[in-house]
Ligand binder design. Structure first.
Ligand code: SF4
Length: 572
């Protein structure tokens, strides 16, 4: 979010109506942002009149502009071609003075007998989406949110078109969701995936034989052009994380390309084993647009060497969180390592291990003791979603809206779990990319979103978009953060033996009392409630090795009384 921030709201009477509610909501949500709201909503105006008074609005020099026209255009007969053209011109003019522009869709109307009004609204909304797509600006999709939240629609209207208090709340909610999300985060597999890594960790998702090679395609200039064509002037955060990004042949060319564009920045996850002198001299680093997450891999490096590198980055004003994957053999050494990092005030971000170890599948295979141990050092969301493996299916997420993955051929996927081969949103070289306009349900069954940004995108978590270092920002919102003297770990003091707390953190039940708390807990989704309780009562039902004999044995074990009644009846 821009700081300080002048938000100019341009439009008709709907704009004039939503501003007071939005202004109040903004101040409550972002008390730390010094924001000036300019009300440029004039009742009865069409986009034609909005365009006429534009020179006067440009003098305001806003950082953010919200444009909401169309309700009067469709009623007063401004043609669709002129409407789209007017919007397009407004966007260009505001962008020329350096503003970030967002276009609002129109709210639904009260249904008439034949409902032609809403059919017209749909046409104008489609035009608004098309202009946003063409000009590469973001949509605030009031219409879709309204249809999802207000049932029946007319409950949010005070007359045929103007919202009442409830309707303006929808505007406020849509705006507060979209405005702070300045960046489009691109997980860019610039060197392919799998690709070169100078390590071969025993717990790596990839076979060490495939962690070899450089698969960058095209030229730096063709990529730069493709990004610009697909995303316009928007703020882009390139996330480099597959293999070892610094080991890629074109790594420094990529960094230079990003450094040349003031609206672009870099995030990367690296084992920081390669020389760092050149890295800290790049333009992105000097301008503090480079964020690094440092993964510590104890089987591949000595802690002293790793620490030296992390301290070097800190000297150059790059604060790194230490990413620590809890592979089962690391339990023995973790506390010792933690002490070293803690002494130097490094934030340690503990991650679950995913995969097979000694025939057990993780993270499901962690024992109760191991879970309790890890949870003490983890932030809230890591425990709930990653350690406890809460499925992501159906949760509303911003993934696909402003968080995407791009492979080395320009194909765009939904997130790290839904790469372009499974969920393709288009290709930036072919000009076919169409991002989603508003949060939708996560499409993957049996998947728990695997990245920090992916998790932070769930609406139910209500995390702000992660700016600067994404891992540090994520941990802070979940209770792990730097203090003037060290790093605070909220969950070091959480009582994970308490059934109520366990339910909230999605711990698997140990007994019937835990099941009771899970069923009562409003934070646990109905799907997870069923899964966890069933898993405890009848594990055979939820495993793949289902058999009737096993089920009967399990029932008999869990319910001895039922068993004796059954036996008695059977004999009788
Ligand atoms: S550093 Fe990361 S990508 Fe490389 S082998 Fe280790 S876990 Fe795999």
């Amino acid at each position: 979010m821009e700081k300080p921030c002048k938000i100019l709201c341009s439009g008709d009477s709907l704009t004039a109506g939503y501003i007071p509610v939005f202004e109040q909501g903004f101040k409550q949500e972002f008390p730390d942002i010094d924001c000036e709201m300019v009300n440029a909503g004039v009742g009865g105006e069409t986009s034609r009149q909005g365009l006429e008074r534009l020179p006067h609005l440009l003098e305001e020099r806003p950082q953010v502009v919200l444009i909401a026209f169309g309700m009067n255009d469709q009623a007063k007969g401004v043609s669709t071609v002129e409407f789209a053209n007017n919007l397009s011109q407004m966007v260009s003019h505001f962008e020329d003075v350096g503003a970030r522009v967002l276009l609002l869709t129109l709210n639904p109307m009260r249904r008439g007998q034949r409902d032609t009004g809403n059919a017209r609204i749909d046409i104008y909304n489609q035009l608004i989406r098309d202009v946003a797509y063409e000009k590469c600006v973001r949509i605030v999709d009031v219409n879709s949110l309204w249809k999802r939240e207000v049932k029946p629609w007319h409950k949010g209207l005070r007359d045929s078109v103007h919202p009442n208090e409830l309707g303006y709340e929808v505007y406020c909610q849509a705006l507060l969701g979209a405005i702070p999300r300045r960046n489009i985060i691109i997980l860019w597999q610039y060197n392919g995936n799998p690709c070169e890594c100078n390590y071969s960790c025993p717990y790596c998702t990839y076979d060490p034989r495939t962690q070899k090679g450089h698969y960058f395609k095209g030229t730096i200039e063709t990529w730069r052009e493709a990004f610009k064509k697909a995303f316009g002037n928007q703020f882009l955060a390139f996330y480099l994380a597959h293999g070892e990004p610094m080991a890629g042949e074109r790594f420094y060319d990529i960094l230079d390309m990003i450094g040349d564009e003031p609206n672009w920045e870099v995030r990367m996850t690296s084992n920081i084993s390669l020389p760092l002198k050149r890295l800290v001299k790049t333009r992105v680093a000097r301008e503090r647009r480079l964020n690094v997450n440092a993964s510590f891999h104890p089987t591949m490096t000595k802690i002293e060497d790793f620490l030296k590198q992390a301290l070097f980055l800190r000297e150059h004003r790059i604060e790194v969180p230490i990413v620590y994957v809890m592979w089962p053999p690391f339990f023995k050494r973790f506390e010792q390592d933690f002490e070293v990092f803690n002494k130097h005030r490094f934030l340690v971000h503990v991650r679950r291990f995913q995969g097979l170890y000694k025939g057990k599948r993780y993270p499901q295979g962690y024992t109760e003791q191991e879970r309790l141990f890890m949870a003490r050092y983890m932030d809230d969301a890591m425990i709930k979603y990653m350690l406890s493996w809460e499925p992501s299916f159906g949760k509303l997420t911003w993934s696909g809206v402003d968080f995407i993955i791009i492979d080395n051929q320009g194909n765009v996927g939904y997130c790290d779990d839904f790469r372009p081969d499974r969920y393709c949103l288009g290709n930036i070289f072919k000009g076919t990319l169409r991002l989603l306009s508003e949060p939708g349900p996560f499409p993957g069954r049996g998947v728990s979103d695997g990245t920090v940004d992916g998790l932070a995108n769930f609406l139910e978590l209500n995390y702000r978009q992660l700016t600067a270092n994404n891992v540090i920002a994520f941990a802070r919102q979940g209770g792990v953060y730097h203090t003037p003297t060290g790093v605070f770990y909220k969950n070091l003091h959480t009582d994970f033996q308490n059934g109520r707390i366990r339910a909230e953190y999605r711990f698997p039940p140990r007994n019937i009392t835990d099941c009771y708390y899970i069923l009562l807990c409003p934070a646990v989704s109905p799907d997870l409630k069923v899964k966890q309780v069933l898993q405890f009562l009848l594990p055979e039902v939820v495993t793949k090795k289902f058999s009737w004999t096993a089920l009967r044995a399990s029932l008999a074990r869990r319910f001895p009384l039922a068993r004796s009644i059954y036996k008695h009846l059977h004999e009788w």
